[in-house]
Design a binder for this molecule. Structure first.
Ligand code: MN
Length: 592
């Protein structure tokens, strides 16, 4: 029988010589051998379709090739596969692939080789003795033809690496180029329009495209993705929009049922910043997974946190490994020089409206909702964007447009407010575990959502009402003419561990004061080592971040810290400095 060669996906016309017999597919008048090579039949022409065997009779690089059509049966020799094409039905078969050795991990048992061919990756094991390195001459970065025995573990496809051949010079070059091309092609981001019209978003588009591409590329390379987000409704909204887009692609990329857990996780952050503790935790888990499963260094996405200098140490620590970091945030990132903030040097991508002259009215949830659509354009995230805007009290034409979109889906301002309150309540109680299903149900399953709102709404209303009574009774409230100023010893006015907590309680009183007096208000909640501030946005002299800068200069001994938004944030200090700091903050607020 005629023996026909099936070309590898990376081979080019230079790999063929006259007389080579190959198998190809007949399409639109051409015989296609692979993505790079196609030619016309000039000898033995007859009516054909589908797969055919041909002989090369003329080769004229760069692209002209002519074939003679062969008749009769043929046998394909040395067929190779793309990793992406493996299914559970291949278990038990021997297969060959051309690939790059991405990672080598020695366990106490076998050696794990992560093989990647541009289409997907697979873990191939080889055993040379307990804890003994198999194939010691194989290095990370080697390009090989791998002989695999396809296996299965818990519905996951893996393989035994039985033997390999190293690819030489030109072959290696071609394969690497091919892999890169394939990844870039698949990671390409469609330039779709934003959900709304916004000059600020347009200016952020390059950063948004870069972010979406990095996310897609990471999924293709089987790089685990970890989302860290602020533990509030805005942070959740952004993270969950991204989660939907990311999981849909991960499921497409892997035949492995567990891929959605192996290559993705999400953690709420306790503090409104990327704390050093969180960074170490993320590193510890990532390094554990790398050594246990042979996966790569992760891509960490920080949402609704991460832009400020306070996040810098944690980000730098993460960067001591070959980890990728994206920040999607709307907090003021500190001084901006030529469109860059202090954290930029250490980030792979940074989306923050402040960088392009915008402000925090485009919230992290809105940004996450938009970026999610560039990762997977089928994701509908407009309700999440509107919800985030309501929760973070965003104003401006962006927030209004998202509200319009949500309205079309049956969510008016009131129902979004209810939902935002429920999310905050749940976020507060769930603490810092992932709870993927709980939030997907609240946000994605309308029936469950209604059921949960009906259950929690009366309880939240009751708690808020009670708390307002406490606040009204114990706060010192002054009418300063242009605005109302209130202060309260907040530590003594809340029940520790109960909802609502300090910052929220201060906000409840401030809202009440605005409503009652029909004028702006500012409220401070005094703790032994911190002040919570909530103020009407019209009071433009109140800027928590500016206060912090000023206090740091004036009181170097007070260990000033904190942050947040201009009119809603926290200033921290050491307890001994309380009197001085509180009176200074009071003066700054009152001097309007
Ligand atoms: Mn936010």
């Amino acid at each position: 029988m005629t023996k026909a060669r099936k070309l590898k996906h990376f081979e080019t016309i230079n790999d063929l010589v006259i007389g080579d017999i190959c198998v190809g597919t007949f399409k639109d008048g051409f015989v296609v051998l692979n993505e790079n090579i196609k030619g016309r039949i000039t000898k033995n022409i007859r009516q054909i379709s589908g797969e055919v065997a041909v002989k090369a009779i003329k080769i004229a690089p760069p692209s002209t090739i002519e074939f003679e059509l062969l008749e009769g049966e043929y046998e394909i020799i040395d067929p190779t596969r793309d990793i992406e094409s493996f299914t559970l039905e291949d278990v038990g078969k021997k297969e060959k692939i051309y690939c790059k050795v991405e990672k080598i991990q020695q366990t106490s048992g076998p050696t794990l080789f992560t093989l990647f061919d541009g289409s997907a990756s697979i873990i191939a094991k080889a055993f040379a003795g307990p804890g003994k390195r198999a194939f010691p001459d194989l290095k990370e970065g080697s390009t090989i033809k791998a002989y695999l025995l396809i296996k299965e573990r818990d519905e996951t496809i893996e393989a035994d690496l039985e033997k390999f051949e190293r690819l030489q010079d030109k072959r290696e070059e071609q394969l690497l180029r091919k892999i890169q091309k394939k990844v870039e092609e698949k990671a390409k981001v469609d330039e779709i329009n934003f959900l709304i019209k916004s000059d600020v978003l347009e200016k952020l588009k390059p950063a948004i495209l870069n972010t979406a591409q990095l996310i897609k590329k990471s999924i293709l390379e089987a790089r685990p993705i970890l989302i860290r987000h602020h533990n509030d409704c805005d942070g959740y909204s952004g993270a969950i929009a991204l989660e939907r887009a990311i999981l849909s692609l991960i499921e497409k990329q892997h035949t492995d049922e567990r891929a959605r857990y192996k290559y993705y996780s999400r953690s709420p952050s306790k503090a409104p910043l990327y704390e050093y503790e969180d960074a170490l935790k993320d590193l510890a888990f990532s390094l554990h997974d790398m050594s246990k499963f042979g996966v790569k260094e992760p891509l960490i996405i920080i949402a609704d946190n991460g832009s400020t200098e306070q996040d810098l140490l944690a980000i730098k620590r993460i960067k001591t490994y070959n980890t990728k970091i994206i920040v999607i945030d709307h907090h003021y990132p500190g001084k901006i020089k030529e469109g860059k903030a202090a954290v930029d040097e250490f980030l792979d991508s940074h989306v923050n409206p402040h960088l392009v002259g915008g402000d925090n009215n485009i919230s992290a949830g809105m940004l996450g909702a938009e970026i999610a659509r560039f990762v997977n354009k089928n994701i509908d995230s407009s309700v999440l964007a509107a919800l985030a805007g309501i929760a973070d009290r965003c104003s401006g034409k962006e927030a209004e447009q998202y509200l319009e979109l949500a309205k079309k889906q049956g969510y008016d301002k009131n129902s979004l407010k209810e939902l935002a309150e429920v999310i905050d309540f749940e976020a507060y109680h769930i603490g810092f575990i992932e709870s993927r299903e709980i939030f997907e149900d609240i946000l994605g399953n309308k029936e469950k959502q209604q059921q949960i709102i009906a259950l929690l709404k009366p309880e939240i209303d009751r708690k808020v009402k009670q708390q307002l009574e406490v606040m009204k009774h114990f706060a010192e409230i002054d009418d300063l003419g242009t605005f109302i100023f209130a202060k309260i010893d907040i530590k003594k006015a809340i029940v520790l561990g109960e909802y609502p907590k300090a910052g929220k309680s201060v906000g409840i009183l401030n809202d009440f004061l605005i409503e009652k007096n029909k004028k702006p208000a500012a409220t401070i909640g005094i703790n032994p080592d911190a002040v919570n501030i909530r103020a009407s946005p019209e009071l433009s002299h109140i800027d928590v971040n500016k206060f912090i800068t000023e206090l740091r200069e004036k009181f170097p001994f007070a260990l000033i810290d904190g942050g947040g938004h201009r009119n809603a944030g926290t200033i921290q200090f050491i307890e001994s400095a309380k009197e001085e700091i509180v009176s200074y903050v009071e003066d700054m607020i009152k001097k309007a």
